[in-house]
Structure formats: structure tokens, C-alpha cells
Design a protein around this ligand. Structure first.
Ligand SMILES: Cc1cc2nc3c(=O)[nH]c(=O)nc-3n(C[C@H](O)[C@H](O)[C@H](O)COP(=O)(O)OP(=O)(O)OC[C@H]3O[C@@H](n4cnc5c(N)ncnc54)[C@H](O)[C@@H]3O)c2cc1C
Ligand code: SF4
Ligand code: SF4
Ligand code: SF4
Length: 359
């Protein structure tokens, strides 16, 4: 592996995959991801279904200036000044169904988590979780990249309420699903020893049976990234095996965020802690960058690059041939980071695809 150090921005499931890849690096080969910035996430959307849905409403994706989720509404601000909005409950036709079994709202295993809920418009809520995350935020404040104040009690309460809502709704869904289908493995509490024992029995065939064919795949791209012989390819819908497996390799099963998870990664009582474990809670805005909310994620990425803490960062910009289709890549360019600010509300094999292609 190269000595490159990178920062990754991703949804909670992607951050979990990055955590597994690095923790079990003997099995997966590890990754250069050194700083994990997790986004809050209630659900994600299918690009093709979103496109189809908007078309039915007479809107083409290239006509959309910005998507926002605010006060229970999914909003598309159009370039011509018109606004299309529907209650979140009506986004069902384009929501990815695997999101309904996910109970991590605030990226519990990131170094730093960022979202809008809990803070005023054009500010972001920041959860500092690790010692590394704290050093980054303290120094970024000190050097003037971001302006932070403690999260208000009201903001914290709202954030906890929404995180608890996701936990309770999706716990019901995965339990219902388990009654008629196979267990949702990522919700089994297993010890580190059991985790390693189980994973060592599994190859792609098991990933196919336990995750992909039961509709649990989040399309994160971690399996494709760790496969040592490039036997996995992710098409737009799912990972597929294109060659035979290597003997005694279990990398994809170790890395996947939807297989078993050891209680060393998520403690067994994590669903009782709506915000996970953390050190500090802030309301933050960027000094100069305009982003989806406070521009905080982009500012932290700029801070990391300008101060030599990482060599490259993974960002998600738009596919130049398909408006709003997320495309991830690695960059060391500040201009690229600033241009990629803003949320693209659909899924993509974030960072991992970029790590494969751009290193
Ligand atoms: C699918 C999804 C669902 C979300 N749901 C919620 C929610 O329920 N509640 C909430 O409070 N916040 C949610 N967020 C987070 C919110 O939209 C903002 O990303 C966050 O508040 C950071 O804003 P910012 O202005 O600091 O970031 P900015 O400075 O605008 O930077 C945004 C960063 O996110 C990256 N990015 C853009 N699209 C994606 C993507 N699809 N996947 C991964 N990275 C991406 C960009 O590369 C950029 O680095 C969600 C984000 C996503 C991607
Ligand atoms: S599975 Fe869906 S809801 Fe959960 S973190 Fe991933 S994108 Fe968000
Ligand atoms: S060789 Fe097979 S088991 Fe190993 S990572 Fe690739 S697909 Fe998975
Ligand atoms: S099967 Fe692959 S792409 Fe799907 S969730 Fe698991 S690691 Fe991610």
C-alpha cells in the first residue's frame, strides 16, 4: 500500500465500511483513509428513480439548482426560481429500501460527524468523536477556517429526537423483515472473536446470499475496493462476481458494512445512544465557503489539505454527463473541494471507487 494519507467524506454506512477495512487490514489490505468525516443520514435515494419521479412531475434534473431536506420536506429549488417540494413521507418511490434497516443517523464511528439538524439555516451541527477529530476541529477553529459555538440544548434535543426516530422506525422494519427473510446480519451483536470466525468462513458467495440478494447492499463499493484480484465489479444496481474467488480470501465479507459487526466497533448498547459516543457538540459555520449547510465539511477538507494533514481528500461532485449523479474522486485541489460543496442526494460507491481509480 502507498504511504498516501486521505480523508473520506461519506454517509454512515460508508464510514462504517472504511472503519472495518482499516480495523481488519490483515484480511482486507487496509486503506489510506486516515480521517473519516461522516454525514448525518436519514435515507438515501436511487438516482434513476429520483430522475424518473421528477420527470413525472414535469421536472428534468438539469433544471434543478439545489436539493434540500428541511423541516420534513424534500425540496428542489429550480434554476428558473420555482420550487418543487413534497413531504419526506412522499419520497418513498425513490428512497433506497436498504436504508429502512439502517439505525445509524449521525455516523457513529466517524472522527467528526456533520449535518444540518440541530443548527440554524446555513450552519452545521458538528459532533466530535475521536481524539484525532478533536485536534482537527480545535486547530481549524484556532486557524479561522470555521467558527464554532456549543450546540444549544434545544438543538441537541431535536437531533436526539430525530436520531431516535430513525432508530425506532428502522428497528421495527428490520425486525419485521427478519420475520419473513434472513437475519439482518449487521444488527447481530457479535464479539470480535465470533466476527473473525464467521468472516473466515465466507467468500463472495456468502456476501451474495447474506447481503446482496436480500436487498441489504448499500452500494458502498467497499467489496470491490478490497478484492485483491479484482473479481468484483459494481454495476449501477449491485456488486457482481466476474472471476472466481481467490483461495482463503474473505476480504469482501470482512469489509462489507452489512455483514456481522463486532461489538468492538459498535458497542451493543449503541442504539440506546442516539448520537453515539462523542466528545463535543458544536454549531459551526465556515469562514468563507458556501456549502449545503454551514460549508463546514468543505472547510475542514481545505484545512486538512492546506495544513498537510492529509495528501488527498475524497469528494463527491456531479457526473458531467448526468446532472446530480454523484461521482466520487480523490483530489488535492482546493478549487475542486470548493466546487464539490453541496449534497448530491443519491448513492454512489464513494471514496472507495475513487481510491481504486485515483491512486
Ligand atoms: C444522502 C445524504 C443524506 C443526508 N441526510 C441528512 C439528514 O437526514 N439530516 C441532516 O442533518 N443532514 C443530512 N445530510 C448531510 C447534509 O446534507 C450536509 O451534507 C451536511 O450538513 C454538511 O453540510 P456542509 O455545508 O457542511 O457541507 P459542504 O461544505 O456542502 O460539503 C458537502 C460534502 O459532502 C460531499 N457529498 C455530497 N454528496 C454526497 C453523497 N451523496 N455522499 C457522500 N458525500 C457527499 C461533498 O463532496 C462535500 O465534500 C445528508 C447527506 C447525504 C449525502
Ligand atoms: S444505509 Fe441508507 S440511511 Fe443508512 S447510512 Fe447508508 S445511505 Fe444513509
Ligand atoms: S477473492 Fe472472492 S472472497 Fe476475496 S474479496 Fe474477491 S470476491 Fe471476495
Ligand atoms: S455488498 Fe459490497 S457494495 Fe454492497 S454493502 Fe456490502 S461492501 Fe458495500
Amino acid at each position: 500500500m502507498s504511504n498516501l494519507k486521505t480523508a473520506m467524506v461519506g454517509t454512515p454506512c460508508q464510514i462504517l465500511a472504511a472503519t472495518k477495512i482499516n480495523r481488519y487490514e490483515n484480511e482486507t489490505g487496509g486503506s489510506p483513509i486516515d480521517v473519516k468525516i461522516g454525514l448525518f443520514c436519514m435515507e438515501n435515494f436511487s438516482y434513476s428513480y429520483l430522475e424518473k419521479y421528477l420527470k413525472q412531475q414535469g421536472i428534468e434534473l438539469y433544471e434543478v439548482k439545489e436539493f434540500r431536506i428541511e423541516k420534513g420536506k424534500f425540496i428542489a429549488n429550480l434554476i428558473d426560481g420555482n420550487v418543487f417540494e413534497i413531504p419526506i413521507a412522499e419520497t418513498e418511490p425513490f428512497t433506497r429500501k436498504n436504508c429502512h434497516i439502517c439505525t445509524d443517523y449521525t455516523s457513529d464511528v466517524a472522527d467528526i460527524s456533520v449535518g444540518s439538524v440541530g443548527s440554524d439555516k446555513y450552519q452545521s451541527t458538528v459532533i466530535v468523536r475521536s481524539k484525532k477529530g478533536k485536534e482537527i476541529i480545535d486547530d481549524a477553529i484556532e486557524k479561522g477556517y470555521i467558527i464554532a459555538e456549543p450546540l444549544s440544548k434545544k438543538g441537541q434535543k431535536l437531533l436526539e429526537t430525530i436520531a431516535n426516530r430513525k432508530i425506532s422506525k428502522n428497528t421495527k422494519t428490520y425486525k419485521k423483515r427478519e420475520a419473513v427473510a434472513r437475519p439482518v446480519l449487521s444488527k447481530r451483536a457479535v464479539s470480535e472473536e465470533e466476527f473473525i470466525e464467521e468472516c473466515k468462513l465466507c467468500q463472495f458467495e456468502n456476501l451474495q446470499n447474506d447481503v446482496i440478494s436480500v436487498g441489504s447492499c448499500v452500494l458502498c463499493g467497499a467489496c470491490e475496493y478490497v478484492c485483491p484480484i479484482d473479481s468484483i465489479q459494481i454495476n449501477r444496481r449491485k456488486p457482481v462476481l466476474v472471476n472466481d474467488c481467490k483461495e482463503d480470501c474473505h476480504a469482501c465479507y470482512f469489509a462489507c458494512p452489512r455483514t456481522f459487526i463486532s461489538n468492538k466497533i459498535y458497542p451493543e448498547n449503541i442504539d440506546e445512544k442516539p448520537l453515539g459516543n462523542y466528545l463535543e457538540l458544536y454549531t459551526v459555520r465556515a469562514e468563507s465557503i458556501i456549502g449545503q449547510d454551514g460549508g463546514v465539511v468543505s472547510s475542514i477538507l481545505v484545512y486538512l489539505l492546506e495544513n498537510g494533514i492529509v495528501d488527498k481528500v475524497s469528494i463527491v461532485s456531479e457526473d458531467k454527463d448526468a446532472p446530480w449523479r454523484p461521482q466520487s474522486h480523490l483530489t488535492s485541489s482546493i478549487q475542486d473541494v470548493i466546487a464539490a460543496a453541496g449534497t448530491k442526494y443519491s448513492t454512489t460507491p464513494i471514496g472507495f471507487k475513487a481510491l481504486n481509480n485515483d491512486i
